[in-house]
Design a protein around this ligand. Structure first.
Ligand code: NA7
Length: 539
């Protein structure tokens, strides 16, 4: 087995892996990135389904670490499409000359810690082996696509697709009868586009979702200039926001204003579009009564957009608070159900019994298709990590250590896995935030930590079990103060049968979390053990 000795192995060449490589180079730490795909971009490399678009505004969904980079790049739309984000990733790779240290087409299968030598051995599907001091998992939070467990899945004779693994050459649905299973963010973006092309589209919905119109539009020159004239200051503010996104947050409760004022606030945000809708009042994610006012507003909008009252009722989400399953952002999603070539099947009423050679059989009958699209989501946050055979001290498997749900300190490290780092791991704000803001914060923190260690001749760092347990407890306690645990969401692991129901991201807010991480570093990396050489396990 060919073996390479190197200081650091980074797994994944999405935005996290790319920036990590850049920072390690700056520190003079030789590193290699191992990437499954054939190019950079991570999530944006795989999710090429029609209509794929970021729901964070493009002026904010980009790197901030290099002032020239953010000045020279121009986004063409308010919300960037997947192809444009991928072009941006390629631009960054070129500008920083990153590709020479990235091994594409290389899937990591195993990473094992050699305790005596304090080294990680990382193995790939191509039979290569890398021995490194540090191993950085930049594997993404929504990167392990999931097919549902439906009988007969293999029997379908038409074409099948998963939104998270879309063919690079694209798909032409013209003249085709298409079935889409799922109504999460991916489906909500893809359905209007597929509906315009296909002869017939049938959507299988299990849980309706709240979605806010994006009001996407070509980039407004004045808006772009406003950002670029003082990018550093705007970014600094964004980093301290709850979600790492700069938008107007109303600090009033939804219950302290008059019904008219409340309506006006929701109307203004609905008209402006995007996830800033959830910033309408301060208590929308903590108070059910306040939340109900926003949920009811959106349900009313849906009833107004969808002509058939029966279809509107099926599409109107009920039974869980708005925002507790990830809020969607769409372009004419609900209106699409007014088209004569689009049908909606309520899977709660008529459960899918099986996939059959010609299509889908539900309790109420058979539906024939030429193509089936699975928009059924991901094994979020933990899937990409636990699908690699990661072995820490005493051969402890990460999947085993996380059998009851992920346990980390700050979402950066797990006890028992020295020198193994996670970028935006479970226990950090990650999927509840602007991912690029969170990626930069983690990579910067980790780079500073490695610089600190190297300056002092320290070689090993590990989270203590006590600090980890306290962080996990704090994370659950903060989540319990919100309405989030009330929904069966992928944040809770609820979309994967058998996955423990634990609220995985940290919901204390991006700004608060950043301060906490900085404070821990300032206290000499409190809660971590640092040593010069291999160290025994904590007592
Ligand atoms: P999501 O949000 O996990 O959505 C998956 C959808 O698929 C959701 O509507 C599910 O219904 C549905 N689903 C999953 N399994 C089944 C079965 N067996 N039968 C019927 N329907 C099913 O994934 P997305 O890709 O849309 O979005 C993920 C994130 O990526 C998104 O939030 C953005 O952050 C980007 P359910 O709700 O579980 O009842």
């Amino acid at each position: 087995m060919p073996e390479t000795r190197i200081d650091a192995v980074i797994v994944g060449a999405g935005f996290a892996g790319m920036y990590m490589l850049h920072r390690l180079r700056g520190l003079g730490i030789p590193a290699v990135v191992l990437e499954q795909g054939e190019d950079v971009g991570g999530t944006w490399y795989w999710n090429r389904y029609p209509g794929a678009r970021c729901d964070v505004e493009s002026m904010q969904y980009s790197f901030s670490f290099l002032p020239e980079l953010q000045q020279e790049w121009s986004w063409s739309e308010r919300f960037a499409s997947q192809p444009e984000i991928l072009r941006y990733a390629a631009h960054v790779a070129e500008r920083l000359d990153l590709r020479r240290d990235i091994r594409f087409h290389t899937r990591v299968t195993r990473a094992a810690y050699d305790e005596a030598n304090a080294l990680w051995t990382v193995e790939t599907d191509g039979g290569d082996r890398y021995v490194a001091q540090y191993c950085v998992m930049a594997t993404g939070c929504l990167s392990t696509a999931r097919l549902p467990e439906i009988a007969g899945l293999e029997s379908f004779q038409g074409a099948t697709y998963h939104t998270g693994h879309w063919p690079h050459e694209g798909v032409d649905f013209s003249g085709k009868r298409v079935g889409v299973i799922g109504t999460g963010s991916s489906a909500i973006q893809a359905i209007p586009v597929i509906a315009r092309q296909a002869a017939q589209l049938t959507v299988f919905q299990r849980t309706p979702n709240f979605s806010i119109p994006s009001r996407n539009a070509p980039m407004d020159d004045d808006y772009e200039s406003w950002w670029k004239s003082d990018y550093a200051a705007h970014r600094a503010k964004a980093r301290m926001m709850r979600t790492g996104i700069l938008y107007g947050l109303n600090d009033k409760s939804a219950l302290e204003v008059t019904p008219e004022e409340r309506e006006a606030e929701y109307e203004a945000r609905w008209a402006r579009g995007g996830t800033a809708f959830m910033g309408a009042f301060s208590d929308l994610i903590t108070n059910r009564e306040a939340n109900d006012t926003a949920a009811e507003f959106v349900r009313r909008k849906i009833r107004g957009m969808v002509k058939d009252p029966k279809v509107a009722e099926i599409l109107a989400p009920k039974g869980y608070p708005i925002g507790t399953k990830r809020i969607c952002v769409d372009t004419e999603y609900f209106e699409t159900f007014n088209r004569p070539n689009v049908a909606l099947v309520d899977v709660r009423e008529a459960p899918i019994e099986a996939i059959i050679p010609r299509g889908v059989r539900t309790r109420s009958g058979e539906h024939e298709f030429d193509a089936l699209v699975f928009a059924t989501g991901f094994d979020a946050m933990t899937g990409a990590l636990t699908s690699i055979d990661i072995r820490g001290r005493d051969d402890l498997g990460l999947a085993e250590a996380w059998a009851e749900g992920p346990r980390t300190y700050l979402g950066l490290m797990a006890a028992g896995f020295p020198n193994l780092f996670m970028i935006t791991g479970p226990g950090s704000p990650s999927v509840l935030s602007n991912m690029i803001v969170s990626i930069e914060q983690h990579v910067d923190w980790l780079s500073d930590c490695l610089a600190h260690m190297r300056a002092r001749g320290l070689t090993t760092i590990e989270a203590t079990p006590e600090a980890q347990e306290a962080w996990v407890a704090h994370g659950s306690e903060v989540a319990e103060r919100t309405l989030y645990p009330q929904a069966a969401s992928w944040y809770m692991g609820a979309n994967v049968p058998g996955k423990p129901r634990v609220f995985m991201p940290y919901i204390g807010g991006v700004g608060t979390y950043r301060e906490k991480c900085a404070e821990i570093a300032a206290k000499g990396y409190e809660g971590f053990r640092l040593s010069a050489g291999a160290m025994p396990a904590a007592a």
